[in-house]
Design a protein around this ligand. Structure first.
Ligand code: ATP
Ligand code: MG
Length: 389
């Protein structure tokens, strides 16, 4: 842009040549491009051809009213500022000028030309500000639109994530159920295989009774599934002998897992009762003992493994520990072992859900579970439950 074009265009219209001369002199040193014309028609032509930033016009031109010029200038560019020159200093004149959205007016004879220059400068400043504001508004509107688009993108993404989360939740649930059902199922399988080889009728009856028990726990899991969305109510829980449940769990594991070379030691003090769903609490210890056996197998192979199940009573809680002399858990992994799908086992060997099921059941029974390295290597899980009075 040339310097000339960058200057503000000031159009002055008056039929009195003296006034035009005075005004030309007033604005001579201003950084404006000046056009002076003597008639309304000439002014209209200038406006139509190149417009102007500031129009200073006589109100009473011989060929048309100065206010018509004002109107035309504003039509072409609403930000054009206009100063009206009038012969009468009356309230009426001032009101008319303001009504037509003129910036200001000056009264003839022009006694104080510096006053006109000041008004012109302020008018140009106002125009520059108005244009800048409009630009800013435009930018804001653009940013607003971008924000709106970003927001609706985020909402869509959130919906997708929720959907994906639900799907993942269903997968976790299904895998968790498979995990929980597999323990009693192994028990049933072991007993059913033993029955045909057993000649003692009493033992067969006992096996059958156990099969019924295991089947009931599978039924409980299925029932639990159908009520998955509701939180468990008090009617599902009953006073349960913690020591007895731990012994049952040990027996159940013994049926499903090869224990040769692993010492499974029970150190159960006469503990007490907790309020719980018995099959769920048994599942806790089944999972912990299975993990322990897998860990000692990894460490010792065919012999030398030891898994200790202990339980007892403190003043205000019952406690239980499952300790092994297995491979141990690396310090960095201690916090992750309860996460669903965290596993260090080979693909197909472990789902990584055992401990997440344990954690869910323990917290559901208002208990706590912690893990730490065993005193002589290996791992110790420690649990606490409130005592049922
Ligand atoms: N007693 C333990 N000794 C050493 N590591 C253990 C022990 N218990 C759990 N872990 C570690 O925690 C991980 C998660 O255990 P979790 O029972 O949740 O799943 P998993 O045993 O891998 O799979 P699944 O239970 O489905 O067979 C295991 O892969 C193992 O690395
Ligand atoms: Mg496991």
């Amino acid at each position: 842009m040339t310097e000339q074009a960058a200057r503000k265009h000031l159009l002055i219209v008056d039929d009195e040549p003296v006034i035009l001369q005075i005004l030309e002199a007033v604005f001579e040193d201003e950084p404006v491009r000046l056009t002076c014309v003597g008639t309304g028609a000439a002014a209209m032509r200038v406006l139509d051809e190149s417009g102007c930033d500031l129009l200073i016009t006589d109100k009473n031109l011989p060929d048309l009213n100065g206010l018509e010029l004002l109107k035309r200038a504003k039509e072409l560019d609403p930000f054009t500022e206009v100063i009206i020159i009038t012969g009468y200093a009356s309230l009426d004149t001032a009101l008319t000028a303001m009504e037509y959205d003129a910036f200001d007016y000056v009264v003839k004879p022009l006694n104080n030309v510096f006053d006109i220059r000041k008004k012109a400068r302020r008018a140009l400043e106002k125009r520059a500000l108005a244009i800048e504001n409009k630009q800013l508004l435009g930018e804001l509107a653009g940013q607003n639109l971008a924000l709106k688009t970003a927001l609706s993108d985020a909402v869509a993404l959130q919906a997708e994530l929720i959907q994906a989360g639900k799907l993942a939740g269903i997968g976790t649930l299904a895998a968790g159920i498979a995990h929980e059902v597999s323990s009693p199922l192994f028990g049933i399988l072991g007993l059913a295989e033993a029955i045909p080889e057993e000649s003692c009728r009493q033992k067969v009856d006992a096996y059958a009774a156990e099969i019924v028990d295991y089947s009931k726990s599978i039924r409980d899991i299925v029932v639990d599934l159908s009520s998955y969305s509701r939180t468990s109510s008090d009617q599902d829980v009953s006073p349960v002998d913690l020591g007895q449940v731990i012994q049952d769990a040990a027996t159940l594991v013994g049926r499903g897992v090869d224990l040769s070379g692993v010492d499974l030691v029970l150190e159960i003090e006469d503990g007490g009762l907790i309020r719980a769903e018995p099959t769920e609490v048994r599942q806790i210890f089944v999972n912990l003992v299975k993990n322990a056996i897998e860990a000692v197998r990894d460490e010792h192979g065919a012999e030398g493994g030891r898994v200790t199940l202990a339980a007892g009573r403190e003043v205000d809680h019952l406690w239980a520990t499952v300790t092994d002399n297995g491979v141990g858990i690396h310090q960095d992994a201690m916090e992750q072992v309860f996460d669903p799908f965290y596993t260090t086992k080979a693909p197909g060997k472990g789902t990584g859900l055992g401990l997440s099921v344990v954690y869910r059941i323990v917290t559901k029974h208002r208990g706590t579970i912690t893990v730490q390295a065993g005193e002589s290597g290996g791992t110790m899980f420690r649990l606490q439950f409130p005592i049922a009075d």
